[in-house]
Design a protein around this ligand. Structure first.
Ligand code: FPP
Length: 245
């Protein structure tokens, strides 16, 4: 049997890994009679706030769900808006993030992305690879079921090639095939806008995460929203299938 993860919520220490499903940009804009693009723009501002707040609070890993593999179903103009915002964010923020010791990582399938975005991703990852203050992972064209399927296929290939024995496929070994390899599992998953779903985000990795659903739409996300979620996280008792103390 493999060991349960150790509890990391003792005292007031911050969660190690916070993952966020940024939802409600469209509703934020609609409520103000603005186009959806305006909601996404304000959403990109909230990304800056979230990154800065996590860094200041000593959170080591922040993972943001920026674009799911299902988001291609949106109108092409909205997909373009979202990709342009990501471009802008990386071009404008890379130097600042690097200066502040933020490591940038991306998870998700890169093949369908525009060449210049892939270049920006590679540049951001390479420039910041040695930074340790905060690891910011952006999930872009990401779907958890697809990630698990790709891992299963890669494992099947290694078994077929006799480089991996079926009995050697432990939890740890399996996780080595996921895109999040080397990252601790999220302790806390926050979803904004009041929706209560995981929507294909880090399904394997969130097995023991605390899920916190906040009513604020993503553009209104602030340091106070994050601190309230962390407060709630600390009030919960994480038992990992045990009986607690
Ligand atoms: C959900 O709101 C939000 C998204 C699908 C995209 C999140 C993208 C950003 C915050 C902007 C850029 C990202 C980065 C990392 C710079 P929704 O459109 O589903 O809102 P709705 O449910 O109210 O319609």
């Amino acid at each position: 049997m493999e060991a349960a993860p150790s509890s990391r919520c003792a005292g007031a220490s911050p969660p190690t890994h916070v993952a966020i499903i940024m939802d409600g940009n469209g509703r934020w804009a609609k409520a103000r009679g603005m186009p959806r693009a305006a909601g996404h723009q304000r959403g990109a501002d909230a990304v800056r706030v979230a990154v800065e707040s996590c860094r200041e609070l000593g959170i080591a890993y922040l993972t943001l769900y920026a674009f799911s593999s299902e988001n291609w179903k949106r109108p092409p103009s909205e997909v373009d808006d979202l990709m342009s915002l990501l471009r802008l964010y990386l071009r404008r923020e890379l130097a600042n993030l690097h200066r502040n010791g933020v490591r940038i990582r991306f998870i998700g399938v890169r093949e369908q992305l525009a060449d210049d975005i892939v270049q920006l991703i590679e540049e951001s990852e390479a420039t910041t690879a040695a930074n340790r203050a905060l690891t910011l992972t952006i999930a872009l064209n990401y779907g958890s079921q697809d990630e698990i399927l790709r891992a299963a296929r890669a494992i099947a290939r290694d078994v077929k090639d006799n480089t991996l024995a079926p009995d050697a496929i432990t939890k740890q070994r399996f996780e080595g095939y996921l895109e999040t390899v080397g990252m601790p599992d999220p302790d806390l998953v926050i979803r904004t806008s009041g929706e209560q779903r995981l929507s294909n985000f880090l399904l394997w990795q969130s097995a023991y995460a605390e899920l916190i659903f906040v009513n604020a739409n993503w553009p209104d996300f602030s340091r106070a929203t994050l601190e309230e979620a962390i407060g709630e996280f600390h009030r919960r008792e994480r038992r990992y299938g045990g009986t607690g103390s």
